[in-house]
Design a binder for this molecule. Structure first.
Ligand SMILES: Nc1ncnc2c1ncn2[C@@H]1O[C@H](COP(=O)(O)OP(=O)(O)O)[C@@H](O)[C@H]1O
Ligand SMILES: [Mg+2]
Length: 334
């Protein structure tokens, strides 16, 4: 990936609020990131940190109300997806930006055959007729490693195993040859062996097709294995971002450090648990006016109560949103 390459996706200052009976929930607070051609950006953070809402916001997948995407820009292919027509957004979503989300709204529909669900985007976005769409659908199943693809087109989702269903989801996301693929915890429900197979498939497909990928996971082992760059989220904000090697070798945000300490062995088989950091996740009732992590932070200072730290560069391609500076200290001892 050439470093100076123009990003395929450029998100700036994204803000999403939910209006609920109990008041507003500030789920995403000024999130900025970009995605360069062909790169795989890993997104990590404990449950509720705003990973899914961020990605759903940028392709207009959240129902409004209750969601209100209140600010920011999302540049893709020369257009701001937050300020374009619904028609344009529809032509991008599921076509030039493919996605796999875990919620039932965007998963396989149990009442339609796999073939139908694969052919739908091909007919809608690529203008293929029924026959051409069916041929392409079989090709796609083959691409994701489903045996006997032409015959399997007429099967229903329940006739596939969990791992095979996930492959079908990937095939649908790739149907229209997307420039960007967003995958939200696509392997979480799968057992370790199947998970490894899916990751291998994604690695292969990336080589073959060259799309850029956003891969959301709470598993740092997965991130270590497939990401080029990592973005760590906490309390609806990006708290650290770095190339993958740098993040694991030299994590700078106290939250990232805590996360890494919860991983038995970064490259090992065991799943990292992100929920073992002491203390509670922040309550997102207002725009942050202090550091969201301060209540759980080993290094909190008076300033962290008064001010929400802005992201600052601490190395090449490496930034953190934190006032604390570890200086010469070895991070393992921090
Ligand atoms: N429909 C909703 N109504 C109110 N709050 C929501 C809704 N959906 C998500 N949230 C809140 O937004 C925050 C971020 O959620 P989410 O992006 O799903 O987290 P993650 O994907 O990192 O686990 C959470 O605090 C969650 O409770
Ligand atoms: Mg999520």
């Amino acid at each position: 990936m050439p470093d100076g390459a123009e990003p395929v996706l450029d998100v700036k200052g994204l803000k999403t609020v939910f209006r609920t009976r109990g008041g507003e929930v500030h789920a995403v607070n000024s999130v900025s990131f970009d995605l360069r051609p062909g790169e795989l950006l890993g997104v990590v953070g404990e449950s509720g940190s705003g990973k899914s809402v961020t990605m759903m916001s940028l392709i207009g997948l959240l129902p409004s109300p209750p969601a209100d995407v209140r600010g920011g820009t999302v540049m893709f292919d020369g257009t701001d997806l937050l300020h374009c027509s619904e028609e344009h957004l529809r032509s991008v979503r599921g076509a030039r930006i493919g996605f796999i989300f875990q919620d039932p709204m965007t998963s396989l529909n149990p009442v339609f055959t796999i073939g139908f669900q694969l052919m739908e985007p091909l007919r809608k976005h690529m203008g293929l007729d029924k026959r051409a769409a069916r041929a392409r659908a079989a090709e796609l199943l083959d691409l994701v490693g489903i045996p006997d693809p032409a015959r399997r087109l007429d099967d229903y989702p329940h006739q596939f195993s969990g791992g095979m269903r996930q492959r079908v989801m990937i095939a649908i996301a790739l149907a229209c040859d997307p420039k960007v693929l967003i995958a939200d915890e696509p392997t979480t429900a799968l057992d370790v062996t199947i998970q490894a197979q899916i990751l291998e498939l994604v690695r292969e497909l990336r080589q073959k097709l060259g799309m850029a990928i956003v891969w959301i996971t709470h598993d740092l082992g997965v991130i270590a294995g497939i990401a080029d760059r990592v973005m760590v989220m906490y309390g609806g904000q990006v708290v650290e971002q770095a190339p993958v090697g740098e993040l694991f070798a030299n994590p700078r945000h106290p939250y990232t450090r805590a996360l890494l300490k919860t991983v038995p062995s970064v490259r090992g088989e065991r799943t990292a648990k992100l929920n073992v950091i002491e203390g509670q996740p922040p309550i997102l009732k207002a725009e942050p006016s202090a550091c969201a992590f301060r209540g759980r932070c080993l290094h909190a200072m008076a300033r962290c109560d008064r001010e929400n730290p802005l992201r600052r560069m601490v190395g090449p391609g490496h930034d953190i949103a934190c006032f604390w500076d570890p200086g010469q200290e070895e991070w393992q001892d921090a």
